[in-house]
Design a protein around this ligand. Structure first.
Ligand SMILES: C=C1C[C@]23C[C@H]1CC[C@H]2[C@@]12CCC[C@@](C)(C(=O)O1)[C@H]2[C@@H]3C(=O)O
Ligand SMILES: O=C(O)CCC(=O)C(=O)O
Ligand SMILES: [Fe+2]
Length: 355
């Protein structure tokens, strides 16, 4: 998988899915694209239905242990008992539907600029894949107000207030989860401090490490030949996802692709590259993708990462000694450096910082 080079293909504007009945060649993923559909060396199209990702209730007294175990073994779990009001989750979903149902020319008013990060468009990873995805996305960083004004000049409040409120609540849960996860690393409290001592306060709106990604997978006439969102790991510490319809699949080396079956009211939590690096490889940055259905699907993903100047390096245990030296498997990078490496190299980025 090389760096994107073919700038003649437009990677920003999605297809006008509303106007087509068949999957065009540009969107057909055939056998010759298998190297892009499976991790290297894997050639099985089947998904394994004997496994399912753990479901954890945050109110369970054992939640911290269960979360740690799931983070090591899976890098993903479904979270119930999280306290996010059902009404807010439903409103975010219906506002997302309202956005993608807008006429194409309206959505294009909020088109992501080439090289930009926010707005309407194809997934940022598109240039790394030979075929287009059956997908439209909308990325929000900081407040959603400016985008909402582009989309609904006279009536932007409902959208922007809903999205802003949702981001606040997602951030709070993720900070809770990160604390639980980092505590299991046997590191000293100073190393835990970076989360608390508020790298984030004051410049909430510009913190580049957080983003809200709205995803739309249109109904597909030939789901087996299309790809909703190609395989990737998230460039985050933790991502929280909500979706009511199946389609998300995660990859486990020992099992293969596994479908994440929606659990009513649950949020899907998946760990990203930054937590994998901080934990010196102990926590899994889960590889995932989205397959499409004959019915449409919406999802909302909140990405939480460190500020761009934050130095990410393995937080090594304070009790190095008896059992031998613990060596850092990754060298230090700033969050920005790593994000840039992913933008240029995608999945090879992690191996570029291996020690
Ligand atoms: C904060 C983020 C995280 C981004 C980039 C940036 C904004 C949009 C995110 C996504 C959302 C869709 C999948 C992904 C792989 C993509 O193409 O854009 C994500 C990517 C990443 O996790 O790397
Ligand atoms: O749509 C989904 O379920 C997953 C979306 C996703 O992986 C992402 O936005 O990074
Ligand atoms: Fe993702």
């Amino acid at each position: 998988m090389g760096a994107p080079s073919d700038s003649s293909r437009n990677h920003v504007i999605p297809l006008d899915f509303g106007s087509i009945q068949t999957v065009p060649e540009s969107h057909v993923w055939s056998e010759s694209d298998d190297e892009y559909r499976y991790p290297s060396g894997v050639h099985s199209g089947t998904t394994n239905s004997c496994f399912s990702v753990p479901v954890i209730d945050l109110r369970d007294p054992n939640a911290p242990e269960l979360i740690t175990e799931a983070s090591e073994k899976w890098g993903v779990f479904q979270l119930t008992g999280h306290g996010i009001p059902t009404e807010l989750m439903e409103e975010v979903e219906s506002e997302t539907q309202r956005l993608f149902s807008l006429p194409v020319d309206r959505k294009l008013k909020a088109l992501r600029s080439p090289g930009g990060a926010t707005g309407y468009g194809q997934a940022m990873i598109s240039p790394f894949f030979p075929k287009h995805m059956w997908h439209e996305g909308f990325t929000i960083m900081g407040s959603a107000t400016d985008h909402a004004k582009q989309l609904w000049p006279h009536d932007f409040e409902v959208f922007s207030e809903t999205m802003d409120d949702y981001q606040k609540q997602m951030k709070a849960i993720i900070e809770q989860l990160i604390l639980i996860i980092l505590k299991s690393l046997d590191i000293n409290s100073q190393q835990l401090n970076w989360l608390k001592n508020d790298h984030y306060s004051g410049h909430e709106a510009t913190t580049p490490g957080t983003a809200l990604q709205l995803n739309y997978y249109p109904p597909c006439p030939d789901p087996n030949r299309a790809m909703g969102l190609a395989q990737h790991t998230d460039t985050s510490l933790v991502t929280i996802l909500q979706a009511q319809t199946s389609g998300l699949q995660i990859f486990r080396d020992d099992v293969g692709w596994i479908s994440v079956q929606p659990v009513r009211g649950a949020l899907t939590v998946n760990l990203g590259d930054f937590l994998h690096i901080l934990s010196n490889g102990r926590f899994v940055s889960v590889l995932h993708r989205v397959v499409v259905n004959p019915v449409q699907r919406f999802s909302v993903a909140y990405f939480y990462g460190p500020p761009s100047d934050f130095i990410v390096s393995p937080l090594l245990s304070r009790s190095v000694g008896d059992s031998g030296e613990i060596v850092a498997r990754y060298r230090s990078v700033t969050a920005k450096e790593f994000i840039d490496m992913k933008a240029k190299n995608l999945k090879r980025a992690l191996s570029l910082i291996k020690t």
